[in-house]
Design a protein around this ligand. Structure first.
Ligand SMILES: [Zn+2]
Length: 215
């Protein structure tokens, strides 16, 4: 029975003087019977195992993205959100293993997390990538724009415009997919930010907040 039916039914059987009070109190205790949909998201921590990704003397990409991915999974207390991972530990997973797993899960969204590097050590900030070749290009682009906005309002890190690249995960996923370069290992400020536990918590919380608002 939906809310409206319950309320109509109650109006008939409850004396008028009680109706208002009952209506008001029930407004707080009757859960919304319109089921809000379950949101499934795959977080793809880049690299792993023998593939370290980009490295510096003090940090490496596979570890940073795994730490942030674990925090996303751990901090998620929203029953409407299910976080799936491509790799759950420090193992090597080929790109085709990842896209096969993603297409089996068929999530609402894939976020692939990476760390960048550049010979120009001054280059810094986040970058968001989608693939022109993706069958979900428009939706992926929309999500990338919204996620970028969320990071701009929640964190101090610079964010680039949305970029296009034919990355395997983006091309082969049959669902909306965005690859996020979280910052530059080659830039000192970015590296300190990405390896800082409190900042990693903030990145994870920002991603979770974004996911819970997905429509
Ligand atoms: Zn990478």
């Amino acid at each position: 029975m939906n809310n409206q039916l319950k309320q109509n039914h109650m109006k008939k059987v409850i004396p008028l003087f009680l109706t208002v009070a009952t209506f008001v109190s029930f407004a707080f205790v009757i859960p919304n019977t319109i089921e809000s949909k379950q949101i499934n998201v795959v977080i793809d921590a880049g690299h792993g195992g023998s593939d370290f990704g980009v490295t510096s003397s003090s940090a490496n990409e596979k570890q940073i993205v795994a730490q942030i991915t674990e925090k996303i999974k751990f901090f998620n207390k929203n029953e409407k959100v299910t976080i799936h991972l491509t790799r759950t530990g420090d193992q090597f997973l080929s790109l085709s293993d990842r896209s096969a797993l993603i297409n089996k899960i068929k999530p609402d969204l894939v976020l692939s997390l990476h760390v960048n590097q550049n010979l120009n050590v001054a280059k810094s900030g986040m970058e968001f990538y989608v693939a022109k070749e993706s069958i979900t290009k428009e939706r992926s682009n929309e999500i990338a724009v919204e996620l970028r906005n969320k990071f701009i309002s929640n964190t101090a890190i610079k964010s680039s415009e949305i970029k296009y690249a034919p990355f395997h995960i983006l091309k082969k996923s049959e669902v909306p997919a965005v690859l996020v370069e979280l910052g530059y290992m080659s830039n000192l400020d970015d590296r300190e930010y990405l390896t800082n536990d409190v900042q990693q918590n903030k990145i994870a919380a920002t991603i979770l907040e974004f996911i819970s608002e997905l429509k």
